[in-house]
Design a protein around this ligand. Sequence first.
Ligand code: M1P
Length: 249
Amino acid sequence: MQRDTQTIAIFDVDGTLTAPRKMVEADMEEFLKKLRSKVKVALVGGSDLVKIAEQMGGDDVIHKFDYVFAENGLVAFKDGKQIGQQNLLKHMGEEILQKVINFCLQYMSQLNLPAKRGTFVEFRSSMLNICPVGRSCSQAERDEFSAYDKEHKIREKFKAALEKEFANAGLQFAIGGQISLDIFPVGWNKTFCLQFLENEFDTMHFFGDKTAEGGNDHEIFADERTIGHTVTSPADTIKQVTETILNAL
Ligand code: M1P
C-alpha cells in the first residue's frame, strides 16, 4: 500500500516511545520504521536535542523521522534540516529570568528530600528546566525522588508556588518527566510544533503519556488540530497506534 502522506503520527518521547530517560527498545525502533513506511512520523520532546538523540539511538535521529521537535518544537527539524529555533533569553529578557531562577533556588533551598545532587537549573535555548533533586543524580536517586514526589507532591506544590508568584509574567510551568519542571513563555508548550505541520497534513494524531491537565502533553493532546491519544507505556503506544492507524489504513 502507498504511504499516506496526509496523515502524521506525532509522538512524545519519555513514557511514550521509551521508559523515562531510557533508550528506545529494538521492538519500538522496528515498529516506528514500519509505521514510517505507511504514514509520516514526528517526535516532540520536552528535552533538548542531545537528550532526545541519546534516547532515540544517536545523532541521526533527525534523519530517522520526518520531523523532530526538541524542547517542545522550539528547536525544529524537517527531513534532517533545521527549520526553527527560538531563544528564551532574547524573548523574556535577563531580568525576569533571574527573578524566576532566584525564586526557584530559594524555594528549593527550603526542601528536604531523600537526596540532593547538582544542576538544579538547566538553562536551555528555549526553556528553563528546574530540578529539585539535581539533574546530576544517579538513576537510583532519580527513581527515589520520583517515588517521594508521588507521595509528597513536591513538584505540584512547587508549580503552584511558581504560578502564584509569576501569575502575570507570561510564563507557563509544566511537570514534564520524572524529576523536574519546565518553565517557558505561554504558548511555548508542545502545541508550538503544530505550526510546522498544520498546513501539511489532513490528519494529525498525537500520542503521549502526560496528557492530564498540568502535564506537558496536555495542550497538544487537547488541541482541536490533533486527535489526542493517552498512552501508559511504550507497549501501549504500539498497541494503540496499531489499532487506530495501521489497522484503519
Ligand atoms: O519527558 C520530557 C521531560 O524529560 C525530562 O524530564 P525529567 O528529567 O524530569 O524526567 C526533562 O528533559 C524535561 O525537560 C522534559 O520535559
